[in-house]
Structure formats: C-alpha cells, structure tokens
Design a protein around this ligand. Structure first.
Ligand code: ATP
Length: 322
C-alpha cells in the first residue's frame, strides 16, 4: 500500500467521478502576448475515453493522490507526478483555498484511474483536474453547479473548464472561454497514441520558431473560430468535418516527431477521411464515416504498425458522478 493511502479505512466516505479526454477538431494559434500566453480559437470535442477519480475523505487534513490500485490500465502512469504537482491534487487544493474551507476537516485522497494517454495532447491531466474538482465539491458538500465549477476550474489550465462541461464547444482566449456547440450525431474517430509524449510548451515554442524563421505563416493576433468545423458538427457531416479540420500545432508536432507523418499517411491509405494531430500531439486522430469504419480502421492500423489504435466517438458528457 502506498504511503499516501496508509490510514484510509475501507469505510471512509468517497465519491467517484468520470471526466472525458478531448480532441481539438480545429486549433488556431496566434502569436504569444506580453504575458507569454498564445491566444487560441479552438473547437473541442469530448470523446469516449475517460478518466475516473475517486475522492476519499481523509481525517488528517492532508491532500494526497495516487494511481488507482484496482485499475488495470493501458496507460503508463509512471510518467505522471503522484504528488502536489499532479493536476488532480492541484484541483483539490484550489477548491479548498478558493472557498476558504477549513483545512483540518477537508482532507482528501484522490485515486486516479487513467485511460487517456499521458502528454498525448488529449487533456488527460485536465480531465483528472475536472473530475477531482467535482468529486471534492460533492464530498465536501459545497453545493456548486457544473457551470460554477467550470468557472472555478479556469486557473487550473485552459482545458479544465471544457473537461467539466464536456460535449462540443468553441474555446477562445487560452481555450477556457467556452461556447457550447450543438453537435447532432456522434462523430466517429480512431485515435492513435504514440509511445512517447510531447511537451505542450515545447510544441508551442517550436511553432513560434518556425514562424519567426518564415517556415510557417504568421497567425493573426486574434485567431478566428473555424466556422466550417462548427457547421459540419451541427450538420452531422463527417466529410465536411474532415475537409474543414485544421491544427496550427500539427507542423511543429510533426517536426518534433517525424514518425507521425508516416502514420498519418497509413491511416489515409486504410480509408480514413482525414488524419490530424490531436492538440499538441503526438496522439493522432482519424475521422471516419461511422462506427463500423472506426473498428476496421483501428484493426488495420494495429495490424500494420503494431501500435494500439482506439475507436472512440464524441461528443460525450462532461464530468459526472458515477
Ligand atoms: P495539455 O493539457 O497540456 O495539452 P496533454 O493533454 O498533452 O497536456 P497530459 O496527459 O494532460 O497531457 O499531461 C501533461 C503533463 O502534465 C504530463 O507530462 C505530466 O507531467 C503532468 N501531469 C500532471 N498531472 C497529471 C495527471 N493527473 N495526469 C497526467 N499528467 C499529469
């Protein structure tokens, strides 16, 4: 038993919450402002690959976090910091501080069961933060609505409010200013995670360098929302979606991880309507017309590369209690 779990009784009060990973169907990035942040205009889709966080009451006032001992996960949780740097841990401490709750009586241990690839550009850490925020809010009976929690989530990271709300949404600013999009029917995707991660700040920094050196055109100071992607989602048109998708981080991600180019070609060869880097990568997403095509593409990619491929769909619900 981990040191963090020592002393937790099996009968301690607990709350389990599930929260989704995401892909960006469009990600347009402007030049960094004086504060160092890049303004973005993005279209998020919450997908059926989810994180589960159980908040267990602690009587000693501590906040601790660890991998769920019962989980058999395909995700390598070794790359995750299981201490106060963990985004789930930060979310619990943030909630306690923001609401001025008494530390002595608001201790918690967070068990995190991961499914979303680590550092894969799918917001797995953000989903853990969103799940921890809701689980602690219910455990501590704070009475907050989901939209209040999404507002509270903004300082934890640009993708955290979206993981609270789920569905599909346009994100502006750092990505945290959300407007829901009514996507009519499921979008079917195949995700291909890589066996190594890419650091989000390094990918943004590489985009800046490529733009400075003239290899990639400058982006506008205020990037505009890709309305064709929004229309394709509301019209439930996978071909229009595949044609309209874009990601300014794809060129820097492929420059840092050249093998991605080969897997993108292979997915198209096997019948995907379009392939793209998800967020800051290196996870790739392929758009397919329906569930059946998703299953056959995933099988073909696995057979030809030996790499795991995951059929998923979206939009799915945001953080909710199980
Ligand atoms: P971003 O949301 O920045 O695009 P990402 O989706 O590419 O990130 P994450 O899996 O969220 O990737 O993790 C990015 C980094 O955050 C990891 O390399 C890890 O060091 C750190 N981290 C902190 N907490 C967590 C967590 N609960 N799960 C995964 N990574 C975490």
């Amino acid at each position: 038993m981990s040191e963090a779990r020592a002393g937790l009784s099996g009968t301690a009060r607990h709350v389990t919450v599930s929260a989704p990973g995401k892909v960006n169907l469009s990600l347009r990035v402007g030049p960094p402002g004086a504060d160092g942040y890049h303004p973005v205009a993005t279209v998020y889709l919450a997908v059926s690959l989810r994180e589960t966080v159980t908040a267990i009451a602690r009587t000693d006032g501590r906040v601790t976090v660890g991998p769920c001992p019962r989980q058999v996960s395909l995700v390598d949780a070794h790359d995750v910091p299981w201490d106060e740097r963990n985004l789930a841990h930060r979310a619990a401490v943030h909630l306690r501080t923001a609401l001025g709750l008494d530390e002595a009586t608001h201790g918690v241990h967070l068990d995190v069961a991961k499914q979303v690839p680590v550092a894969g550009g799918m917001g797995g850490g953000s989903a853990d933060a969103a799940a921890a925020l809701l689980a602690c809010s219910v455990l501590w009976e704070t009475g907050h609505t989901r939209s209040e929690l999404a507002e509270l989530a903004a300082p934890l990271g640009a993708d955290v409010p979206f993981a609270v709300l789920g569905g599909a949404a346009v994100g502006l600013g750092t990505g945290a200013e959300l407007t829901p999009v009514a996507a009519r029917t499921p979008v079917h995707l195949v995700l291909v995670p890589a066996d190594a991660g890419l650091s989000t700040p390094v990918v943004f920094g590489t985009l800046d360098e490529l733009r400075r050196d003239g290899h990639v055109p400058e982006g506008p100071a205020h990037p505009e929302v890709n309305q064709e992607v929004v229309r394709a989602l509301t019209a439930a048109d996978p071909l229009a979606l595949a044609t309209a998708m874009d990601n300014d981080l794809q060129t820097p991600a492929v420059a840092l991880f050249p093998d991605l180019g080969d897997v993108l070609d292979l997915g198209l060869d096997e019948g995907a309507l379009r392939g793209m880097v998800s967020g800051s990568g290196p996870t790739l997403l392929f758009v397919v017309p329906d569930e059946h095509s998703a299953l056959s593409l995933a099988t073909a990619v696995e057979e030809r590369t030996g790499v795991r491929a995951l059929p998923v769909h979206g939009p799915v619900a945001g953080a909710h209690v199980l």
